[in-house]
Design a protein around this ligand. Structure first.
Ligand code: ADP
Ligand code: MG
Length: 359
């Protein structure tokens, strides 16, 4: 269903994105080893990734790093190793085929459907080497890390080093990393730092864009048609104007309207209510580091866009803060993808986020 409020898996549920899927397919078939899918939350990265993986003619394994981090509060190499193996196990035929390779990895024990990793002697690089061997039989193996910026919490496990090793030596592996927090992902991968393992490595970055107004309207029309619900075009145009081409919000609008049978105005109120709970959950960790983040976001949501004006607002609300500390908080919001810097001004470009944060 086009409006389903979960990341899409099948091509027929995904509206458009032909160009992006083609670009991924061609890059992988060319043998590129590192692809990045970048863009703000709810733009459709996970959906595009899932559909691409389901259509490419190579085996793939995917780990949702954000989910792993929130469940285990860690992404050390045993957990990620286990997740990679579990992702394989979830795909029966693949697992059976790969099994004889996987059994070679030190510290890995497979009995029936059970996989155990004994921390002693287990090396993620060795697991990748073995997958590379399997990949030479299959043409290639794709290893996807969704929300890969969370790999920075690897502790003693340096994923940038492991990925660099794989890119240099394991020719049958392609890594696809997605990231909503684009600044954090680049900070973690450090392509431009001469002392960092990934320095100077080739990476193919694909920035996922919003839908244009026309495409947004087409998406809504196609979704309502599919659901057999008649909606006035004028209302859809209003929805497009208010949600501004962000597929996640458009899908949520459609989903709520179809399932709750609401009119446009009531549906919009529901979208904002739902969005508010989603966004506050996403921001809760950041707010727990510093409650000042909330006020900075509110200032920007209210339309303050200059460094000085935002700082004045913050000072008025919660008291003084020095320039360096304030800049750090502001930069962090940019790196997390909540705020954008345009021509020296700070803005929240997602209209729903702006609305939710200004309340
Ligand atoms: P991201 O990973 O960038 O945060 P998701 O892939 O999770 O985005 O998509 C957010 C929401 O928007 C999901 O509910 C998904 O179903 C919907 N969505 C995103 N892109 C599309 C699309 N091209 N067609 C239909 N629904 C989409
Ligand atoms: Mg995602």
């Amino acid at each position: 269903m086009l409006f389903s409020p979960y990341p899409k898996v099948k091509r027929e549920e995904l509206f458009d994105r032909e160009k992006e899927l083609k670009e991924i397919e061609e890059a992988v078939k060319r043998g590129e080893r590192l692809l990045l899918l970048l863009g703000p939350r709810r733009i459709g990265k996970s959906s595009i990734l899932n559909v691409a993986l389901s259509e490419l003619p190579y085996p793939s394994v995917k780990v949702d790093v954000r989910k792993v981090y929130s469940e285990y509060s860690s992404v050390n190499r045993y957990i990620i190793g286990k997740m990679l193996l579990s992702a394989l196990r979830g795909r029966k035929r693949l697992f059976e085929e790969a099994r004889m390779f996987l059994e070679k990895v030190k510290g890995v024990r497979i009995s029936g459907v059970n996989i155990e990793i004994n921390p002693k002697g287990f090396s993620l690089a060795e697991l990748l080497e073995v997958l590379n061997e399997y990949g030479s039989e299959k043409g290639r193996i794709i290893i996807a890390f969704d929300e890969a910026q969370y790999l920075r919490f690897g502790g003693a496990t340096r994923y940038d080093g492991i990925i660099a090793y794989a890119i240099d030596n394991l020719e049958n592996l392609t890594f696809i990393l997605t990231g909503s927090e684009v600044g954090l992902l680049y900070d973690f991968l450090k392509f431009e730092d001469p002392k960092a393992p990934l320095f100077g490595r080739y990476h193919h970055d694909i920035f996922i864009q919003r839908f244009s107004s026309d495409m947004s309207l087409e998406f809504l029309m196609a979704g309502f048609r599919e659901a057999g619900v008649e909606v006035e075009r004028r209302e859809l145009e209003k929805a497009v104007e208010e949600l501004d081409g962000i597929p996640g919000w458009l899908a949520l609008y459609g989903y709520i309207r179809v399932t709750k049978k609401l009119n446009h105005e009531d549906c919009m109120l529901e979208v904002i209510k739902e969005a508010s709970s989603i966004v506050n959950k996403e921001l809760s960790r950041l707010f727990s580091y510093s409650p000042r983040y909330r006020f900075i976001l509110k200032a920007i949501a209210l339309g303050y866009s200059r460094w000085r004006d935002i700082k004045d607002y913050l000072t008025l609300k919660v008291g003084p803060i020095n320039d360096a500390n304030f800049s750090k908080l502001l930069d962090n919001l940019v790196k997390h993808g909540y705020v954008e810097r345009r021509d020296g001004r700070y803005v929240i470009t997602d209209p729903v986020l702006r609305k939710v944060l200004s309340l």
